[in-house]
Structures are given as C-alpha cells and as structure tokens.
Write a protein that binds this ligand. Structure first.
Ligand SMILES: Cc1ncc(COP(=O)(O)O)c(C=O)c1O
Length: 436
C-alpha cells in the first residue's frame, strides 16, 4: 500500500505517546464512531454555511449561548478564517489598527490581503523567557497620539498561556471608542474555568477562537464570537470572502457535539477538574524550581522552562510524551479533559527528572524597524528568497518570528537593519523573503 500520509499517521499512533498537543479531543473516543460516514455537503436538508438558516444557524445559536456572544459564526477553516473574518469586519471602521506585535502570521497575512495598516505595540516581558503582555498605559498613549487608530488587536492567551488584561483594555477601548479584537485561538475553554477569562465575557468586541486547539472538536473547527452586534449582520458575507465553498460537515458536526457536551453534558465539570489536575503539575514544577510564566495565566496550560536539556523533543519522547511545542528553551503542553491520568503521570515523571540550570534573564528589547511600505505592498510585490547575511537594507516580504519570545523581529514592508540581521542569526534563521 503506497499511502504516505495515512501510513505515517498509523505509525505515529502506534508509538502511543501521551498527546499534549492539539486537537483537544486527543483521539480519545469522544465522537460517535459514525462521524466519518457523515461527510455530506450543502444539500437541501443540510443548510449552507454562509446562508445559514436551518441546522447550522441552530448550532451557531447554541454557540452564542455557550460563549455569551451576540452572534457566533462557525468556521471549518480554522481560527485563521475566523481571524480573517474579524479583521475584514473591523477594517470597515478604519484601516489603521493597533496590533500587539506578538501576532500570528494569519493576522499579518490578513492585513496584507485587506490593506490594513498596522501600528505596533510591544509586549513587555518580565524576564525575556516568555512573550509578556502589552501595558494598558501604552495602549492609552497610542490612542491619544494617533486618533486614526480604529481598533486594538491582541493575542490572548499567548502560546505560553500568558493572559493579557482584557478587562482593563476593553474599558480603555470603550473610553476612546475603539474596537477590541482578540485572537483567542488558544483560549476557547477560558469561558468554562472557575474564573471566566473568555474575552467576550471581559468585554471584547470580537474574538476568534480555535475550538479544535483546547476543546473536543476536529482539527479546523473554530468560531468567531461577536460581542458587538454592529458586526452581526455582515459576518457571514465577510467570512465568505475567504472561506471555502465546501465547508466540512464532520468538522461542523464535531462543533455541534462539543457544544452539546458543554451545554448539556459534563463539559464544565470536566474542565474544572482539569484545572485542579493542572494546578498539581504546575506546583510540582515549582517544587523543582522550574521557571514558568507568571501573573495572569491560563490555568490549564503547562509551560516550563527546560534550560539545560539539549534535545527537548528527545527528552520528552523518552517519557512517551509529545509536547505541543518545544522552542529550545521552553516546552508547552496543551492539557484537556481528554488527556488521561496516565498522560499526566508521565508528564509529572518527566518534570521530576528535569535538572534545570538557572536561566539568565534575556533582553529582547528592540527598536521597531523602519517601515518602507504597507504589508500589502510588500507581500504582493515581486520577491526573492535570500540569505539572512545578505539582507541588510532590504525590505522584508514576510514576517519572521523567533520563539521565544514569539514577537516577530521583522514584518512585511519593514527594512531589515543590523539588529534584525543579528537577531535573525541568533535565532537560526538562514533565509528571508525580501522585495525584489
Ligand atoms: C495565536 C494563534 N492564532 C491563530 C492561529 C491559527 O489557528 P488555526 O490553526 O486554527 O487556523 C494559531 C495557530 O497555531 C495561533 O497559535
């Protein structure tokens, strides 16, 4: 049988690693077995995603109830599609948007596609080991200095589980009549924790949530939650600008099943138990003096600094663990109620065998590079891939993001300066796409 993808997935499954990565269902038997016999399309009795008035609309109403949103729109094209939709809707208020610099490339690309002019605000990290958060006073200053800004866009939680103070930011946005847009790709479940930290609950106008990352939903399942009814009416047409005309019914059905589990099943109780289990793991890591993100954080996300471990992937594989992400210094583990007790015990064993070397404080302060063109002009221009060594003075046609701290050192349209080159080198980037 010559089936490279299928065969490798079977091989990976046979390794029996504990899955601390997406999707949130962890292939752990959550869905009815017949889900893959239900791969239908838009038929007279199966509704249509962009003209939903039947079963899809009904599920979207359930989602809106679940997330206390004015309207919720299903995406089977991941959070990327929800982010594109959110930015399309917001850009109708104005093209200049203030972005916390730690944005995912889906937002950078959406800026290019939509002709959005980004203004950047840098997160402040306490120790340079994780991303850090933007400060409300910095946001307020930007709003006062540049009245053309129409919205603030932040990523919260970030990959490491750090939460931004959405409540305070939403008060500032309201005061200055700006929109608050939140990339909540990693935080759909925040609505169900002991303390509801979901951006919609805390006052965001719109929030893109990657359901499949932390909840039992098939990969690709996401939702745009709308907290400001000004955007409800046009949301479907905004999404149809980018989305496939063949949305996946198994993905949409998995969202429906997840919604029922949260609204009518054990979902909320399960996430509360998960918080308690994750708290024990975090406490254990603390006992072993392992550095973790501080301040307001997602209580279910485990992120540990593993300084001193040469090959992180090999280390965790030796404990039969597959992390979500290892960045050379930190390891990130996505925990959901669909992880088993055996998974958590393996993680605890690994943690208790980490011999950390005290991590020195890293300085990631950098000047924002000079802007020569908009992201749109740079991304759509003729481009070439060149060695980082030869890139001084060239205009980047892409974003390059070292992890940590997850803050791009260069964005499309910015001029590569000496600092950029040395940072790209330090973070082992070899090539960069530049405008010809
Ligand atoms: C912060 C953030 N935003 C958006 C996305 C895109 O989400 P999706 O893969 O569901 O399209 C990701 C994916 O990793 C992400 O980490």
């Amino acid at each position: 049988m010559k089936t490279p993808i299928y065969s490798q997935l079977l091989k990976h499954k046979s390794l029996d690693y504990s899955p601390f990565h997406t999707p949130g269902h962890k292939n752990n038997g959550f869905f009815p077995k017949n889900l893959f016999e239900l791969d239908f399309t838009e038929l007279p009795d199966t509704d249509a995603l962009y003209e939903a008035e039947g079963i899809i609309l009904e599920t979207e109403k359930n989602l809106a109830k679940l997330f206390s949103a004015k309207r919720s729109i299903i995406s089977s094209g991941g959070c990327t599609l929800a982010i594109q939709t959110m930015l399309r809707l917001a850009s109708q208020r104005g093209k200049k948007i203030l972005f916390a610099r730690n944005i995912h490339r889906s937002a950078v690309n959406a800026c290019a596609l939509l002709g959005i002019i980004p203004k950047w605000i840098l997160p402040k990290s306490v120790n340079g080991l994780f991303t850090g958060r933007i400060l409300p006073e910095d946001v307020e200053r930007e709003f006062i200095n540049d009245t053309e800004i129409s919205a603030l866009y932040v990523t919260s939680p970030d990959y490491y589980g750090e939460l931004t103070d959405i409540k305070t930011l939403s008060e500032i946005c309201r005061k200055y009549n700006k929109l608050l847009l939140v990339d909540n790709a990693h935080g759909s479940h925040l609505a169900f924790l002991k303390e509801n930290q979901h951006p919609i609950h805390l006052g965001a106008d719109m929030s893109a949530c990657s359901l499949h990352k932390t909840m039992p939903v098939l990969t690709g399942g996401a939702v745009l939650n709308i907290g400001n009814s000004e955007f409800s009416e046009n949301a479907k047409s905004a999404m149809s600008l980018f989305g496939s005309t063949s949305p996946s019914y198994p993905i949409m059905a998995s969202i429906d099943i997840c919604c029922d589990y949260m609204l009518n099943g054990n979902g909320i109780a399960d996430y509360r138990l998960l918080e308690e289990r994750a708290a024990k793991i975090k406490a254990l890591a603390k006992e072993y003096d392992i550095i973790q993100p501080q301040g307001l954080c997602d209580s279910t996300r485990i992120c540990i600094n593993t300084n001193g471990i040469e090959n992180q992937t090999e280390f965790f594989h030796s404990y039969k663990i597959e992390p979500e992400f290892c960045d050379g210094q930190n390891a990130v583990f996505i925990c959901t109620p669909f992880n088993t007790e055996r998974d958590f015990q393996r993680l605890e064993t690994a943690i208790s065998n980490i011999k950390t070397i005290p991590q020195s404080k890293k300085d990631f302060s950098f000047e924002l590079p000079e802007i020569k063109s908009t992201p749109r002009e740079a991304v759509l221009a003729e481009s070439e891939i060149i060695a980082v060594e030869n890139s001084l003075g060239r205009i980047s046609a892409e974003s390059a993001c070292p992890c940590p701290p997850g803050i791009p050192v260069i964005m499309p349209g910015e001029v590569i300066n000496k600092n950029t080159v040395s940072q790209l080198r330090e973070y082992k980037f070899k090539y960069i796409t530049v405008v010809k």
